[in-house]
Design a protein around this ligand. Structure first.
Ligand SMILES: [Zn+2]
Length: 470
């Protein structure tokens, strides 16, 4: 019923747009009937765009005041709590606001697979392991987190997920002060973050956080493939297909909750590092776009466009889910009174942090070698330092040391030891061999991993134009 209401209200708003702005006063375009409250809610007598106080009413408010009329026409809506119906309309309004302000897509009509939640704004009570949902009654549930004393329930959302129904409760206590917000002048330390795939986060203090790859590691990729195949081989709309689909979505749900938990821990670790955190303002949806198709001009046939390789990369990027990680960092930062600074990502991976020379040739894969001053570093850490410096310059921060301690990097000596924080006794056989190979400066066989590339960084055999001046 809520889905029908949502879709009807969306159609109502679309219709009203056409009659108001394009077709004059006609309500029904086919019959050319003039606007009446019977045919269209937004244009009729009760759908007055002006409130009693003389202010212009928003479309969502018009639709909410129309609800009693709608309920008369559709008596079965009485089974739904009135606040749920109202929140349903607000949800549609949010979709419209996202479309106008956030540059997102136009609101869509919902089908069964895209509509699985509803929200109460009042009337919900919780007692021990029971929750009272208006019009549904007392329901047993698992009370995972008791509500602290003095807090009032503001709104409650019931959401259907693959393994059951979840309730999220928003609470408020006006006596509790809001989290303290730091002034930008008080910031003493900044950490720059560069998100990557080899490691999930590279910090400007030359530490890195591992990428757990919950969905794209070898085991889960294989399992996912098997379960997906089980679904697609079954007859459409059959019970067996539904069952195997349920298995698949449960599997994906478990991956998702693992990733969520890991991201909260990562965000907490990062926020503890310093007063402010600088991150790139990335447009990730642009990075995940498909390659453009290529045609042969004579035959009109499709040519290879590199999409199959891009797809693997896209999946890696989606699995790393940088955006939801940055959201969690922002949340944790706000909670602990710290600041998140957004930085323009332009040139962050091409600039030299020592002489500020910008050149796309500076970077070659994971290596960074400045074509101007010969500064050598890991490209990802270089980017994180650039992000930090950009934040300092852009926001005019009063940070004591502008750059991290200068280390002579022209010698092939340590630095890489910071990457080996695990003692050698804990390394696996394979890794230990690579570890010793690196220490003895032998070449490491196998594919390009962090050990191998560290070696090649300091090989000093780069065909570099300014090599003599190094
Ligand atoms: Zn340089």
């Amino acid at each position: 019923m809520l889905r029908a209401n949502y879709n009807w209200s969306l159609a109502d708003r679309i219709d009203s747009y056409y009659q108001r702005y394009i077709c004059g006063d006609y309500c029904d375009l086919k019959t050319k009937v003039v606007i009446t409250p019977l045919t269209c809610s937004l244009g009729g007598a009760t759908g007055n765009p002006w409130s009693n106080k003389g202010k212009k009413r928003s479309p969502v408010n018009i639709q909410i005041t129309e609800l009693p009329l709608l309920k008369k026409a559709r008596p079965w809506y009485d089974e739904i709590d009135s606040t749920v119906l109202q929140q349903n309309l607000r949800r549609l309004d949010n979709a419209y606001n996202n479309f106008f302000q956030q540059n997102r897509g136009f609101p869509k009509f919902k089908n069964r697979s895209t509509f699985h939640s509803f929200t109460y704004s009042t009337g919900v009570k919780i007692k021990g392991n029971k929750i009272y949902l208006p019009k549904l009654g007392w329901v047993n549930f698992y009370n995972s987190r008791p509500i602290p004393d003095g807090f009032k329930i503001k709104s409650v959302t019931v959401r259907k997920k693959s393994n059951g129904y979840y309730v999220s409760v928003r609470i408020e206590d006006k006596a509790v002060p809001t989290f303290p917000l730091k002034n930008i002048e008080e910031v003493k330390t900044v950490t720059g973050l560069d998100m990557g795939l080899g490691k999930l986060v590279y910090c400007s203090d030359s530490s890195a956080i591992d990428n757990p790859r919950f969905a794209t590691n070898k085991t889960t990729k294989r399992l996912q493939k098997i379960r997906q195949r089980r679904v697609s081989r079954k007859k459409k709309k059959s019970n067996n297909r539904r069952k195997s689909q349920k298995q698949l979505s449960g599997f994906q749900h478990r991956i998702a909750i693992k990733r969520e938990a890991n991201q909260w821990q990562t965000a907490k670790k990062i926020v503890q590092k310093s007063d402010a955190i600088a991150i790139e303002d990335l447009q990730i949806s642009n990075m995940i776009k498909r390659c453009k198709p290529k045609y042969d001009k004579e035959t009109g046939r499709f040519l290879k466009n590199g999409q199959s390789a891009k797809r693997a990369l896209n999946r890696l990027i989606a699995d790393a889910s940088w955006y939801s990680l940055t959201q969690k960092i922002e949340y944790m930062a706000a909670k602990s009174g710290k600041i998140v600074l957004r930085v323009n990502p332009r040139h962050t991976s091409q600039e030299c942090s020592v002489c500020h020379h910008i050149d796309p040739d500076n970077r070659e894969g994971e290596k960074f070698l400045c074509t101007n001053c010969g500064h050598v570093d890991d490209a990802n850490f270089q980017a994180s330092i650039n992000i930090k410096n950009k934040a300092i310059n852009h926001y005019g921060l009063n940070v004591g040391k502008k750059f991290s301690k200068k280390v002579r990097r022209d010698l092939p000596e340590p630095k890489q030891l910071s990457l080996f924080q695990t003692p050698t006794s804990e390394l696996t056989e394979n890794k230990r061999r690579k570890h010793y190979a690196l220490l003895s400066k032998r070449d490491v066989p196998g594919n390009l991993n962090e050990y191998a590339f560290q070696l090649s960084l300091f090989n000093q055999e780069n065909n570099h134009p300014n090599r003599d001046s190094l």
